[in-house]
Design a protein around this ligand. Structure first.
Ligand code: FES
Ligand code: FES
Length: 210
């Protein structure tokens, strides 16, 4: 039985040393969710196609549903839970996703945030095209992607100190963002922190599981 072959792996998650007892067939996604208890990272397709499970391994965005847990030994992993700062303040990307209406059901959001972080870590001032390329593996059924791209641009501007120039780039995102920070703020906040664990369309799609 696979359970007989479980091994304790030691790695760093969001700056903290952790260990997890994992089977040889476990993915990093399962190790994070079931081994470490961090459920912010989502399982969508489980096959490397949707990006919902994206985390950073030693700074590189990976699909954790494909990454063998045993290969996480000694690595440094960053999940959506690691974006929120120690004082509770949201990362600029999390704030911008809320402000620009880039969170609707929120199920894709942790993965989109982590792909966005990997991009901004390497390219602090990406073009819209570069953002689209970086997020090509992150599927979103709700937003139509425009708001996500604008949110990443806004976060980049915020982090670069050029926010005034980036906000108001002519789209309707700011208006929809205002809505997201109003009545929908609880859902949006849950989305950017990984607290959403059941997509509203899961029962009909059959592809997305919590
Ligand atoms: S759950 Fe990993 S890519 Fe879809
Ligand atoms: S907000 Fe992206 S799938 Fe719902």
């Amino acid at each position: 039985m696979a359970g007989m072959d479980k091994k304790n792996i030691h790695f760093v998650v969001n700056g903290d040393p952790v260990s997890a007892l994992v089977g040889p067939e476990w993915t990093l996604l399962r190790a994070l969710r079931d081994g470490v208890g961090l459920t912010g990272t989502k399982e969508g397709c489980g096959a490397g196609e949707c990006g919902a499970c994206t985390v950073l391994v030693d700074g590189t965005a990976v699909n954790s549903c494909l990454f063998p847990a045993l290969e996480a030994e000694g690595r440094s992993v960053t999940t959506v839970e690691g974006l929120t700062q120690a004082d509770g303040n949201l990362h600029p990307l999390q704030k911008a996703f809320i402000e620009y209406g880039a969170v609707q059901c929120g199920f894709c959001t942790p993965g989109a945030l982590m792909s966005s972080k990997a991009l901004l870590d390497q390219n602090p001032d990406p073009s819209a095209h570069q953002i689209k390329v970086a997020l090509a593996g992150n599927l979103c059924r709700c937003t139509g992607y425009t708001q996500i791209v604008e949110a990443v641009q806004a976060a980049a501007a915020e982090m670069n100190g050029t926010a005034a120039a980036a906000v108001g780039n002519g789209s309707g995102a700011a208006a929809s963002g205002a809505g997201a920070t109003g009545a929908a703020s609880d859902t949006a906040l849950a989305g950017v922190t990984g607290a959403v664990d059941q997509p509203s369309h899961a029962s009909t799609s059959g592809e997305v599981t919590a």
